[in-house]
Write a protein that binds this ligand. Structure first.
Ligand code: CAA
Length: 294
């Protein structure tokens, strides 16, 4: 019975076209999970090079699932057949939902929201932003009631949550449709109002910032702090290893959003975190953060 329910759901949504804007870490993961959930995916980025990198990493991600017997070879091939990469934004004009996962640059995102609004007046525009106000993004689009946040977590194929962020203008129908899409992707959706940091980052990133203060004070080594939180709080990875995974620039940007948004000094970013970002030590993606990566 469970299998037949799953099949009928995939059938219902199998002709759905979903666009993903931005082929970075988050966009790749979102596109991979969408394609393996029976949705037609168009993954857009500005140039061929990031798209080729994304395609390679999606191929490897799906192959890994096949090698673990969690995906059959034919399902992998079907997923790959449902995925199209494109460097033309126009190609997304027939998408019912477009998930924007571009870099966290407010001007870039606002421009994208204006351009995407012009492409199709019907599509739901969902942003994976981790720090910007959805209400502001909705205001620059021409259909604010169909703008919403779909905030995924890194690594996307593994993490079970999608925060569905409701802008002031978002309609109930929009929330319902993205909740259905999240469910189709095998994720649990938690709805939350548009407020700085939403729920997860408001709790998680101040913890990371506090861990950076411990390092700055030479209270303990990064290894010791991470060991303490793994064994003392049962976190799967310590806060500093997590900071390196998320990106120190992203962590800093979220602290700044919390500080600006609430005007509360308790959210002051750790000076060490600021210095590391200024030095280009951004974590795994730059090869060095609190730890070194080869
Ligand atoms: N892509 C796909 N699968 C991955 C993966 C990746 N990048 N990394 C790990 N996995 C898979 C592994 O293949 C493995 O799968 P199986 O169980 O099927 O074998 C599983 O995840 C566990 O991986 P590992 O055994 O290698 O290592 P682990 O047990 O330490 O798990 C982890 C790794 C999943 C990253 C885990 O440490 C974890 O959950 N860490 C916390 C991650 C987290 O908190 N993310 C949220 C960050 S905040 C954010 O993203 C929001 C924001 O806006 C900043």
């Amino acid at each position: 019975a469970i299998v037949s329910i799953h099949v009928s759901r995939s059938d219902r949504m199998s002709n759905m076209n979903v666009g993903v804007v931005g082929a970075g870490t988050m966009g790749q993961g979102i596109a991979q999970v969408l394609a393996s959930s029976g949705v037609n995916v168009k993954l857009y980025d500005v140039a061929d090079e990031p798209l080729e990198r994304a395609q390679g990493s999606i191929n490897r991600g799906l192959d890994r699932l096949v090698s673990k017997d969690r995906l059959s070879e034919s399902d992998r091939d079907d997923a790959l057949a449902r995925l199209e990469t494109t460097s033309k934004l126009d190609a997304l004009s027939d998408c019912e939902i477009i998930i924007e996962a571009a870099p966290e640059d407010p001007e870039l995102k606002e421009k994208l929201f204006r351009d995407l609004s012009a492409l199709s007046r019907e599509a739901i525009l969902a942003s994976n932003t981790s720090s910007l106000s959805l209400t502001r993004l909705a205001a620059v689009s021409e259909r604010p009631e169909r703008v919403v946040g779909m905030h995924f977590f890194n690594p996307v194929p593994v993490m079970g949550l999608v925060e569905v962020i409701r802008a002031e203008q978002t309609s109930d129908d929009t929330v319902k449709r993205v909740e259905q899409l999240a469910e189709q992707m095998g994720k649990t959706a938690v709805a939350i109002a548009d407020s700085p940091g939403f729920a997860v980052n408001r709790l998680l990133v101040p913890m990371i910032n506090e861990a950076a203060f411990l390092v700055q004070e030479n209270a303990a080594t990064p290894e010791a702090i991470d060991q303490a939180m793994k064994l003392g709080a049962n976190h799967p990875m310590g806060p500093l290893a997590l900071a390196d995974l998320v990106g120190l620039d992203v962590c800093l940007a979220i602290m700044e959003v919390l500080q600006d948004g609430f005007g509360d000094p308790k959210y002051r970013p750790c000076p060490l975190l600021k210095r590391m970002v200024a030095a280009g030590h951004l974590g795994r993606k730059s090869g060095r953060g609190f730890y070194e990566y080869k």
